[in-house]
Design a protein. Sequence first.
Length: 143
Amino acid sequence: MRIILGYVAAVLAAYLIGCIAISQGNIAAVVGMGFEVTFSQRLESAQHDVLSMTALYLPIISVSFLIALPAAALVIKRYPNLRRLGFVLGGFVALVAIHLIIKQVFGISGIAPTRTIMGLVMQGVAGAFGGYCYYRLTTPKLA
């Protein structure tokens, strides 16, 4: 049960942070064109993206974590002292890999901010946060 809860929390955390990063990356491009964007507009945009991307981006993150977390667990079995780092890196790689694979297979960047290295790294950070959530929720508590 702990693994399932950890997986769901990891996916939701990565999705939430990833969507906010996408939203702010898009806004940065708008600001770069000389437009003003208020804090309220930033919040509205983030809320819109979080609620609107569930049909496509959430399932993609779910699948990437279905691959990345068990793969990380296999490595961690060999190096158990690197458990936290393993899941954090697994989450990071999962979200970066999504965008690189989509670019290679379909020839497009499905998410505009990932066309820049900063946008791609921010998606990795979102995945790393999801991996950390998984680590925290699946680590047995010592009595």
